[in-house]
Design a protein around this ligand. Structure first.
Ligand SMILES: C[S@@+](CC[C@H](N)C(=O)[O-])C[C@H]1O[C@@H](n2cnc3c(N)ncnc32)[C@H](O)[C@@H]1O
Length: 261
């Protein structure tokens, strides 16, 4: 068997990524060694992973990484896979932080650390990050170390900002890509491998924001968050927060907002 025999016509790009991951070679190397023979045990492992991928298992969990904001994030099953659309939220936040001289921010629901680690990496501000998942909190710490900005990112497992009650007065801005999917929504197959509480909170797409307001209303923090993009939800967000402005994603849909709590 040769390396080329393992490339799957239907899943060309993903099979190339899996082969290159298992052989620890880049894609260009793989493509220029398609006629090389491959050990049976390695070939079988690659075939097993390609079959898993074809069955809907996310590529990011197979290769244990996902690129976000030009940085590689380590990932494991059980932790939300960062989505490219969230990069617009982070880019907006980076500009806001630079323009307004923000020194301290917090993130609720850090997952792999995609948002907190990117913000700290590009702005060098201090960030307090939480996640209800212990695994997610640990992976954020690992990613902060990987990108050598762990001195700027303080991560703890917990709900909302409960682990950081003693520093709430230092916070100027809170960012989040929270769970906002309607409970009755049927998730696509790939998302079944991701944690449910990354998508769902309470009984509506707005319960997370309502609880956030209940806990922190009057703090006068800047809030930059992702939301469902639904027009009914926009009206409720305008009611919950002050000075709300909506921000469009790359498809021109208003998927993020900035406001004050
Ligand atoms: C949509 S994911 C976002 C992860 C990451 N920020 C990103 O954008 O890739 C939402 C995250 O919020 C966490 N989460 C859900 N409810 C939470 C709560 N009440 N307090 C803290 N974290 C929460 C979930 O465990 C999940 O990691």
């Amino acid at each position: 068997m040769t390396i080329g025999d393992l490339l799957d016509g239907e899943f060309l790009t993903d099979s190339l990524v899996i082969i290159s991951h298992l052989l620890k070679k880049d894609k260009a190397w793989v493509l220029s060694h398609l006629d090389d023979p491959i050990e049976k045990a390695v070939a079988n492992e690659i075939k097993k992973l390609i079959a898993k991928r074809k069955n809907g298992y996310p590529l990011a969990y197979i290769i244990r990484k996902k690129e976000f904001m030009g940085l590689d994030f380590y990932l494991e099953e059980g932790v939300f896979i960062p989505r490219p659309e969230t990069e617009t939220l982070v880019q907006f936040a980076i500009e806001y932080i630079k323009d307004h001289g923000i020194k301290t921010a917090a993130e609720i629901g850090c997952g792999s650390g995609a948002i907190s680690v990117s913000l700290a990496y590009y702005t060098k501000i201090n960030i307090y990050a939480t996640d209800i998942s212990k695994k997610a909190a640990n992976i954020t710490i690992k990613n902060a170390k990987k990108h050598r900005i762990d001195a700027f990112v303080n991560v703890k497992q917990g709900k909302f900002l409960e682990p950081f009650e003693n520093v709430l007065n230092n916070i100027e801005l809170v960012i989040s890509n929270p769970p906002y999917v309607e409970p009755e929504y049927e998730l696509p197959k790939e998302s079944h491998y991701e944690p449910k509480n990354a998508f769902f909170y309470g009984s509506s797409s707005l319960d997370f924001y309502r609880e956030f307001k209940k806990r922190y209303g009057g703090k006068n923090w800047i809030v930059i968050m992702e939301f469902s993009g639904k027009s009914d939800d926009k009206n409720e967000l305008k009611r919950l927060f002050h000075e709300v402005n909506f921000i469009k994603d790359l498809d021109g849909v208003e998927r993020f907002f900035i406001g004050r709590v």
